[in-house]
Design a protein around this ligand. Structure first.
Ligand code: TRP
Length: 333
């Protein structure tokens, strides 16, 4: 089998939280250390502009996301780690692909459809919807096709975007020859969806998240806020509770079995929260130190991203000229 090329994008909105860790970061970092494939990981900062136009927040989020991944052990020698906006070829490809994309295909994108349904009852169904939101899947296709990714790990919500990427690439190849590699989605089986403080999915949009890196005290304060039922100490606790779901994402099998037993034996919620806090704190205290160091030196992080971009452009620049010439754009001889 040919060597796989795995590519992952992270939209830089908000502060990385425990849910991001369990849902994507953990697996991606583990896979970044393996030698059997090429890997690309990038900050999708142009995607974030669709949701956020606050320059300070955009910058801060980029900084936090980059520092988080490196602090948690991303191997930036093996993985090419870059910022989308440092690769101008991606935007160039975005335009080219948009000329191959059926408008009807974009009409069917989930994010767009859900924005339209939020406008129900309004005389303009497209009220407040930008072209950025509408053509979001094309930019994502450009991210993926630019680096000839063969496999893209995604959550369920992104599967449709991968199908669109394949569709767009096939249309292009049909007209212009075998230029693009047709990527496959890898649905992350090991990824878990963590409950947030209120029991709903942990998410920035619900504001129910526990940041990965805040002070130890702040982490404890958050853990103490996790919603539980009102069962008294001594009464067995349900093992499908929010605390245990979060615990499992960080614990070894033995630690999980042990915690489960304590729940069944009726540990008080207060003590159970203390155990969860201790577990999280022991896992996060080392990376937290690293994170603090990184976040205080943005110039160094910037350098790191630029050197990733340099490696990425060694591929994107020549590939872009191949793409252009397949279209008859540019050079006349
Ligand atoms: N849309 C992805 C998300 O919201 C982020 C993303 C942008 C991405 N470009 C990508 C993911 C390319 C994988 C490949 O999670």
């Amino acid at each position: 089998m040919d060597k796989q090329t795995i590519l992952t994008g992270i939209t830089t909105t908000g502060t990385p939280h425990l849910g991001n860790y369990a849902g994507a970061i953990k697996q991606a970092i583990r896979s970044s250390k393996k030698d059997d494939h090429d890997s690309f990981l990038f900050l999708a900062d142009y995607h974030s502009l669709i949701k956020n136009k606050n320059p300070e927040e955009i910058k801060q989020s980029c900084l936090e996301v980059a520092a988080t991944w490196i602090a948690l052990g991303l191997d930036t020698k093996k993985t090419i780690f870059y910022r989308q906006s440092d690769i101008p070829e991606i935007l160039e490809l975005n335009w080219i692909l948009s000329t191959f994309t059926a408008k009807g295909l974009m009409n069917r994108a989930h994010a767009y459809k859900s924005a339209v349904s939020d406008n129900e009852g309004n005389s303009d169904p497209d009220k407040g919807i930008t072209m950025g939101l509408y053509s979001y899947p094309i930019l994502m296709a450009a991210d993926i096709l630019m680096f000839k990714a063969t496999h893209v790990p995604v959550g369920q919500d992104q599967v449709q975007h991968l199908e669109m990427t394949r569709d767009i690439a096939q249309r292009f190849n049909h007209k212009n020859g075998d230029i693009f590699v047709i990527p496959e989605a890898i649905l992350e089986k090991n990824a878990s969806v963590l409950p947030g403080l209120d029991g709903r999915k942990m998410s920035k949009s619900y504001n129910n998240f526990i940041p990965l890196f805040s002070s130890s005290d702040d982490l404890r304060r958050h853990v103490m806020k996790i919603k539980t039922d009102s069962l008294e100490p001594g009464v067995p606790k349900p093992t499908d509770c929010n605390l245990f779901e979060i615990f499992k994402a960080f614990a070894s099998d033995d630690e999980s079995a042990n915690f489960k037993q304590k729940l069944e034996e009726g540990i008080s919620w207060g003590d159970a929260k203390e155990e969860l806090f201790q577990l999280l704190d022991s896992h996060l205290s080392e990376p937290r130190k690293e994170y603090e160091k990184l976040i205080q030196d943005p110039a160094n992080l910037n350098q790191e991203l630029l050197s990733g971009a340099k490696r990425a452009r060694e591929l994107s620049v020549p590939f872009m000229s191949e793409i252009r010439s397949s279209l008859g754009i540019g050079k006349l001889d």
